[in-house]
Design a binder for this molecule. Sequence first.
Ligand SMILES: Cc1cc2nc3c(=O)[nH]c(=O)nc-3n(C[C@H](O)[C@H](O)[C@H](O)COP(=O)(O)OP(=O)(O)OC[C@H]3O[C@@H](n4cnc5c(N)ncnc54)[C@H](O)[C@@H]3O)c2cc1C
Length: 364
Amino acid sequence: MQVWDGITGARIEFDWPAEQKGSTIAYMNENLNLTSALLKRIEEVGGVEVLDGQKVEDIVLGEESEDLDLSLWPVVSLSGGRRLAARLLVGADGANSPVRAFAGIESRGWDYGRHGLVATLKMEGSGWGEEESKIAYQRFLPTGPVAMLPMPGKFSTLVWSTTPALAAHLKTLSSTDFIAMVNAAFRLSPVDLAYLHTLAEGQTDEVAWRSQHTDFDMQRVPQQVVRVQDGSIASFPLKLRHADTYIGERVALVGDAAHTVHPLAGQGLNQGQGDVESLAATIEFAVAHGQDIGVHMSLEAYNADRYAANNLLLGVVDKLHKLYAVESGPLIPLRSIGLRAVNALRPVKQFFMSQAAGTGVKVL
Ligand SMILES: Cc1cc2nc3c(=O)[nH]c(=O)nc-3n(C[C@H](O)[C@H](O)[C@H](O)COP(=O)(O)OP(=O)(O)OC[C@H]3O[C@@H](n4cnc5c(N)ncnc54)[C@H](O)[C@@H]3O)c2cc1C
């Protein structure tokens, strides 16, 4: 991983020392592949009825009848017409979670005033080098970080955090001008980029000319982008949110339903996977000890395990965003000294890499 400050050029390079060569810091896994693998696994394991392509239209508390008291159980109505009473309803339904709303759990935070612009790109030449040793790049610009993440073959995925106005403008560009802007984002100065953003069109020629007059190390930026996949450009508003609690009576929240983080550290889905792992262990324990899996007492261990860990990561990522959003003043040289210091200190850097790789002491 190569990460650098767009203003000062201070850089941190994450690579394993020679004796650990071959170790992987992180895997890039496309969501589509992850989802289809999980569905395949559910099918293999069996015992699960999958109701696909249906919307949860309503969640209400059940009723009390002569032989069954469901008055504290959530009852879910599906668009297909089915109604299901849940001993435990797990809200894995994203940032606007209907399950969280049903449980009356508040979610607090703030909007970043930034959009995450994503696209699937094709690179020139050999793309990313050997299949086993691909590099992820992230440059912190004053408007937000721009990241190029490797995918199989010559493809990569772009995550460009920027203001809503600039994201909207980038989406109006022709594909050649869009590609020029992406290449410029990793090479040209923030001043050049600010000017390029004011042009309605013609970025291709302007970037080519400015690149000839800009000094950058070809080895330390991603290869040139040559194509953008049709229909792959999209943008999402970025925000921080954290639910007051992850559990309610017969309800548990996981993933973005519980917390939403700025994508600069690429941790959102990872956090959700950590939640699911912890909730599964909690349920397993409750079942093994003959407890009701839906009651507060059984779910408390999940909340205790994940809340503080997620809160810490949300805070760190939020501070990083704020630190790198500063355009001038004493913070800029200070943050560059910090970045260079970490880069020079092998053990500290290795600690961060172990965290990213999930092999280190589990503090996040
Ligand atoms: C620009 C950007 C880049 C990102 N990059 C990364 C990255 O590199 N790495 C990373 O780890 N994370 C990344 N994230 C974060 C990641 O995308 C989220 O954390 C993750 O998708 C959350 O997963 P989830 O399943 O909790 O929620 P979601 O992905 O939001 O899924 C919720 C699901 O619930 C369904 N749903 C909602 N309501 C209903 C209903 N009423 N009935 C039926 N279904 C419903 C939705 O259709 C959806 O399928 C990024 C986020 C953004 C915005």
